[in-house]
Design a binder for this molecule. Structure first.
Ligand code: PGA
Length: 239
């Protein structure tokens, strides 16, 4: 069973979110697990049994004095099954670092929530041939501070930064090679068969071709996830 993970980012008004929730509860798939990551504000509106719920972020510590943050135990209480960690927008804009990701992953695991760790190279790293080094550094610097049981629970989302929101997508061969590289890296270092998603400009038009890539376990979709018609098409195209 593949994953179709829908990252709304900082989008939708309250009225749009209500409409989305109503339409979303009609969607079904026996080929993929549908996971929606709405804005924190709307998490409690999403409670259908045809999909799972995810959080776009989590606090570095448990409930208490940390103004403006949301604790993993609060997310658990709202039935969040997954949480993104290390999305490139949080790395680049919010300046989160490996210590944040390690703390967040520990909080999530302590609360039974599955972390989805996002990794990926930027344009200049790719052009200088450093993609694999960047991925190795991003993965190992976090995993080396976690125990094997925790690593076992993590899903990785490979998202080349230059492909996010740009309409640019690597070739199927490139994605396959990179995902195989990530899986081998984790297998060789921790003896774990990790699941790896692809993200970056996935949409209703290109998902059927992406779905022929043998190594990937699913998709993390941003922009196209906001349009229910596109989500319907993506569900149909996944095998
Ligand atoms: P995109 O975003 O599908 O709009 O490229 C993907 C992501 O950032 O998770």
């Amino acid at each position: 069973m593949k994953y179709l993970m829908l990252n709304h980012k900082m989008n939708l008004t309250f009225a749009e979110a209500k409409k989305y929730v109503n339409e979303f509860k009609e969607l079904k798939s026996n080929k993929c697990e549908l996971v929606v990551f709405p804005s924190y504000l709307y998490l409690s509106m999403f409670n259908g049994d045809n999909y799972s719920l995810g959080s776009q972020n989590v606090a570095i510590k448990d409930m208490g004095a940390l103004t403006g943050e949301v604790a993993a135990s609060q997310l658990k209480d709202l039935n969040c099954k997954y949480s993104l960690v290390g999305h490139s927008e949080r790395r680049e804009i919010i300046k989160e670092d490996d210590n944040d990701f390690i703390a967040k992953i520990n909080e999530l695991i302590n609360n039974g929530i599955i972390p989805v760790l996002c990794v990926g190279e930027n344009k200049s790293e790719r052009e200088s041939g450093n993609t694999y080094q960047v991925l190795e550094q991003e993965i190992i610097s976090v995993f080396s501070s976690l125990d094997t049981d925790s690593i076992n629970k993590i899903i990785i989302a490979y998202e080349p930064i230059w492909a996010i929101g740009t309409g640019l997508v690597p070739t199927n061969e490139d994605i396959d090679d990179t995902v195989v590289y990530i899986k081998k890296l984790v297998k060789d270092n921790y003896d774990i068969n990790i699941k790896v998603l692809y993200g970056g400009s996935v949409n209703d038009k290109n998902i059927s071709e992406l779905d022929t890539i043998p190594s990937i376990d699913g998709y993390l979709v941003g922009g196209a996830s906001l349009d229910i018609e596109k989500v319907k098409t993506m569900i149909k195209e996944i095998n």
